[in-house]
Design a protein around this ligand. Sequence first.
Ligand code: ADP
Ligand code: MG
Length: 313
Amino acid sequence: MGEFDLIGRIRARAGTRGDIVLGIGDDAALLAPPPGRHLVVTADTLNDGVHFPHGTSPADIGWKALAVNLSDLASMGADPAWCTLSLSLPQSDAVWIDGFLDGFLSLAERHGLALVGGDTTRGPLSLSVTAMGFVAAGDALRRDGARVGDDVWVTGTLGDAAGALALLERDPTHVLRARLDRPTPRVSAGLALVGLANACVDVSDGLLADLGHVCARSGVGARVEMQALPASDDLRGSFDNIERAALQAGGGDDYELCFTAEVSSRDAIARLASSLDLRITRIGRITGGDGVIAVDAAGAPWRPPRTGYDHFG
Ligand code: ADP
Ligand code: MG
């Protein structure tokens, strides 16, 4: 199958929206952003063996390539609209591309996102997605809005994907693997946090690192209660407490939202959690210092264990 057959296959399934003047098939797409809203644009690349384990199914790769980008839109409080896809493939493979599109487009459809263009080349397996969405002017959730006294919150559970990665050699089909391969971008939560959260980031590099970005951008510090970090039953069942804490605080690939909000917003956030049927956990406070301090149940500074898993290296 040639490049154009491959593109034809993609085009036939790309989805559509009323705000697409011209989609796949010309030299560029023509898009009509809604007046008065800001365009939110993000891009992320996944490389074989780096951002997903070699041998991951095409459908899971497709899902994840879009999910990591939707997570960035979610953390800005944006409503997803369009995306482009740059594919580098070792060979032109119809079965692979169909499987990839199954995963990619099932997630796109859930969020009303249409694929409007891209690029297809031969080379080592690599997927680069640009996702675009909208937010009302002035409403975006940014990293620089945290204020001293804010609560720090996180959606979902932490450490599951890192746990799956730690178990990959021993148990490649462990139940946690679904959280590594098919992260759930918290798009509805991001949209609902507009007006509630003062600052927001998605957790892709590990909670403490990503919260550190919020602190640096906001000129504040944060104190995180390690015993408050939410863990799934699957993670609890698979690691001892020390290993688990390290995975939750430092592991990556969670794609949860970490945000700060005023203390007076606690009830509203609890209502939001129940309306979204999503766990949202208060894990600490924004302080006047700088940097993130993690403390154990006794209030003593928590230090990551020295002998951890490879991916902490
Ligand atoms: P050009 O050489 O002018 O860049 P291409 O032949 O690369 O054009 O692409 C033709 C059309 O197909 C364009 O509209 C482009 O956006 C689209 N396209 C190419 N590859 C992909 C892809 N992987 N996913 C979505 N659209 C693609
Ligand atoms: Mg091109």
